[in-house]
Design a protein around this ligand. Structure first.
Ligand SMILES: N[C@H](CCC[C@H](N)C(=O)O)C(=O)O
Length: 276
């Protein structure tokens, strides 16, 4: 079957986007991981399948699959890509959209400067909603890895995140500690692991070891999770610039009970088709 796709990226987090409305597409985990392969396939961090809305107030639904073929509940950089894709493909003329994923619904606004602002919803802090195997919600948890106790924050943005603070992002143990925290038994659904350096209360640097992928150049929900954790730990103000290896995102969170807002770019790289 010939499947047209659009390759896109959001500050270096890269996607294959497929309109699964006009052409239903069913891929198993092995096929997805093959397509994700940087040598044997197209190569991507996530596959985004755009589907018809599942409820009347949404304009589009999209599903997210990591490079290992696992399905995820949310993707912040991917949401910006979807918002840009549906307009560029003429699937809508609207500049303000309501998108849904398996775990979240969000409003998106295409700004005059070409950036996209997304209301990412309220962070979920209750352990059972992250999910995290702790009884009580806390602004910080102690998780032991190889005999060392790490102070981490944990939050769901519709997908699970674990965030720890480091002095210098350049020397953060992303490859050593990232997978061990991501697959720690305290995270029954695994977790995306953010390493956050506080530059000042309005700016951080962040690297993210993503569940189902490994370290990516950027993670949108990870940027939101890091700002939420930083604010809960009284390290950050309401508006924060998040510097990731692939570029910057602007996150705003007033605090508990409020929505998180994310602003950033999304770009088309090329159009293609593949015989699956
Ligand atoms: N790896 C994530 C999904 C992609 C999130 C990321 N690319 C973003 O921009 O939020 C997970 O398994 O929850």
């Amino acid at each position: 079957m010939i499947v047209p796709f659009t390759k896109m990226q959001g500050i270096g987090n890269d996607f294959v986007v497929v309109d699964a409305i006009s052409q239903a597409l069913y891929l198993n985990q092995g096929q997805i991981s093959q397509l994700a392969h940087r040598n044997f396939g197209i190569g991507f961090d996530q596959l985004l399948l755009i589907e018809a809305p599942q409820h009347p107030e949404a304009d589009f639904h999209f599903r997210i699959f990591n490079a290992d073929g696992s399905e995820a509940g949310h993707c912040g950089n991917g949401a910006r890509a979807v918002a840009k894709y549906v307009r560029q493909k003429g699937l809508t003329w609207k500049r303000e959209l309501r998108l849904s994923t398996n775990t979240a619904t969000m409003n998106t606004v295409l700004e005059d400067n070409g950036l996209i602002t997304i209301n990412m919803g309220k962070p979920r802090l209750e352990p059972e909603k992250i999910p995290l195997r702790f009884a009580e919600a806390s602004d910080a948890y102690a998780i032991e890895v190889d005999g060392i106790r790490h102070k981490v924050g944990a939050v769901s943005m519709g997908n699970p995140h674990c965030v720890l603070t480091v002095d210098n992002i350049a020397t953060a143990p992303v490859q050593e500690l990232g997978p061990k925290l991501s697959q720690h038994s305290y995270f029954p659904a695994q977790a995306n692991v953010g390493f956050m350096q506080i530059v000042n209360p309005e700016e951080i640097k962040l690297r993210v070891f993503e569940r189902g992928v490994g370290e990516t150049l950027a993670c949108g929900t990870g940027a939101c999770a890091a700002v939420v954790v930083g604010r809960l730990q009284n390290l950050l103000k309401e508006k924060v610039k998040v510097g990731l290896p692939g570029g910057s995102l602007w996150i705003r969170w007033e605090g508990k009970g409020h929505q998180v807002y994310m602003t950033g770019p999304a770009k088309v790289v090329f159009e293609g088709q593949i015989d699956i």
